[in-house]
Design a binder for this molecule. Structure first.
Ligand code: BTN
Length: 282
């Protein structure tokens, strides 16, 4: 495995709980990725913007931050985490396919993250699985949020950012309906391994999509990873409109198809709330 790093391991990066900075030597990726670990940034997404021209940005460039002071989520939300607790990184892709097809990529990335985490968890039961919640939250089967994905298009390329709660104790999580991988798996996981596995899965599926487009295999993988499909949902659209019905599918652009009492509605952006018995999961 080839490796390329812009930073050296720093041995004294350890917080009061014994949590350490990422050790680049433990991150294993193919030569496709070039991983750059930064200590503190505003947002790994914005780090790409700072580059002078798009020639400075290359496919496979990954920026990981130990701490983000202005981490961003979807729909203008923030994504916050104490240092060393989360895995927060962004990467650049320059897809070869036509731009109309790019809207599938956020879903492909979310589903690849889920595949990677489930492999790490070596899931035997449904309880130990993580899933995607449309559009691209990473959740447990009871709907607790472990992470999220933000994909932004800039001219001819995409910046995809992933934020995953890894080492958080319950009181360190931002909201009651959040969970960390350590809490979920009841063990201390290694952020280096999680990063390596996620990049590997994304590379595999993205490169296939780049050459073949959306295949049935890719569609099935997404469906298998989805907590949303087949469930009763309430979609909250950015303008305030709400749609309730059953999530029956995803169209080729990644929009969620909801069967309401009257018709099939297509939702391209927003949040989905799932009903679990008497509880609503955001
Ligand atoms: C969401 O849940 O709404 C998406 C969260 C995405 C957070 C990640 S952390 C790495 C990258 N940098 C950011 O500022 N945001 C994304």
């Amino acid at each position: 495995m080839a490796k390329s790093f812009d930073t050296l391991p720093s041995v004294d990066q350890r917080n009061s709980e014994g949590l350490q900075g990422l050790n680049p030597e433990l991150i294993s990726t193919s030569a496709y990725w070039r991983v750059d670990i930064r200590d503190e940034v505003e947002s790994t997404q914005s780090e790409f913007k700072l580059s002078a021209s798009s020639d400075d940005n290359f496919e496979g460039q990954v920026i990981v931050a130990e701490y983000q002071s202005k981490g961003r989520g979807r729909l203008d939300r923030s994504f916050e985490s104490e240092k060393y607790l989360a895995l927060t990184f962004s990467f650049l892709l320059k897809p070869l396919r036509s731009q109309e097809e790019w809207s599938w990529l956020p879903l492909l990335i979310g589903s690849s993250v889920v595949e990677a985490i489930n492999q790490i968890l070596q899931n035997g039961s449904e309880r130990s699985q993580v899933l995607t919640k449309w559009p691209n939250d990473i959740v447990t089967s009871d709907g607790l949020k472990m992470g999220g994905i933000l994909v932004e298009q800039r001219d001819s390329y995409l910046i995809a950012g992933i934020g995953l709660n890894v080492h958080h104790r319950r009181e360190q999580l931002p909201v009651p309906h959040a969970i960390s991988l350590d809490l979920f798996s009841n063990r201390r996981n290694k952020r280096e391994l999680i990063l390596s596995e996620i990049l590997k899965k994304i590379e595999e599926r993205y490169l296939l999509w780049n050459s073949l487009g959306m295949t049935d295999v890719e569609k099935n993988k997404y469906q298998e990873s989805s907590l949303t499909l087949g469930r009763s949902v309430l979609a909250q659209l950015p303008g305030g409109k709400q749609i309730s019905g059953v999530a029956i599918g995803i169209d080729p652009n990644g929009s969620l198809l909801i069967q309401t009492v009257e018709k099939i509605e297509k939702v391209s952006a927003g949040d989905v709330i799932h009903a679990f018995g008497n509880t609503q999961i955001r």
